[in-house]
Design a binder for this molecule. Structure first.
Ligand SMILES: Cc1cc2nc3c(=O)[nH]c(=O)nc-3n(C[C@H](O)[C@H](O)[C@H](O)COP(=O)(O)O)c2cc1C
Length: 168
């Protein structure tokens, strides 16, 4: 790939503000979590709504989500930057230990639901595409928990942001 194309691509993408979520999973492959900004709503057709995330194939979380056949997508509140950093591996490499540092409950299908997240989407694995460095994982949402506080954490311009309404 031409170096300038890659640089321009990364700079262009850094200008997109995205939501910040932690995808968590538990099951026979163990308990893992990873911070993702790649969450996208896909469809409300069919028996369940669906969403997708893109997760790097090298991380433990991706293979655990695939093996456990499900995950919970925890859409973080603007006050949860510490949790985003924790699950981005910035403070600790031990996934089990990360879960000791926050409050969470077990979802109906057994995945960690992070307390205080603006929404918790519990997903069963629907399909997956391995594209170069990332697994594009589509989950069917089997349950949603909503918090009273709906201010989401954003990431854009290479830093955390909050959404501010534009008047008029
Ligand atoms: C704001 C933010 C968004 C991120 N989004 C993604 C993402 O969508 N997909 C991904 O694979 N990694 C993403 N990462 C990086 C992973 O969180 C990080 O590389 C990973 O947790 C480190 O691997 P480990 O959990 O095995 O330590 C993001 C990190 C941050 C801080």
């Amino acid at each position: 790939m031409e170096e300038q194309l890659k640089t321009d691509f990364l700079e262009g993408m850094s200008r997109a503000a995205t939501f910040v979520a932690v995808a968590t999973t538990d099951g026979h492959r163990g308990r893992y979590g990873v911070t993702v900004s790649s969450m996208t709503s896909v469809s409300t057709e069919g028996d369940y709504p669906s969403l997708l995330i893109c997760v790097h194939y090298m991380g433990m979380a991706a293979s655990a989500m695939l093996a456990n056949r499900g995950f919970c997508l925890n859409l973080l509140n603007e006050d949860q930057r510490d949790i985003a950093n924790l699950f981005a591996g910035r403070d600790s490499d031990d996934h089990e230990e990360r879960f000791d540092q926050l409050k969470w409950k077990t979802s109906p299908k057994g995945h960690p639901m992070i307390d205080g997240a603006v929404a918790n989407f519990e997903c069963q694995m629907a399909t997956e595409l391995w594209w170069k460095t990332h697994h594009i994982i589509v989950g069917e949402v089997t349950s949603v928990r909503l918090s009273d506080d709906s201010r989401p954490l954003l990431y854009g311009g290479r830093s955390y942001q909050r959404a501010v309404a534009i008047e008029g």
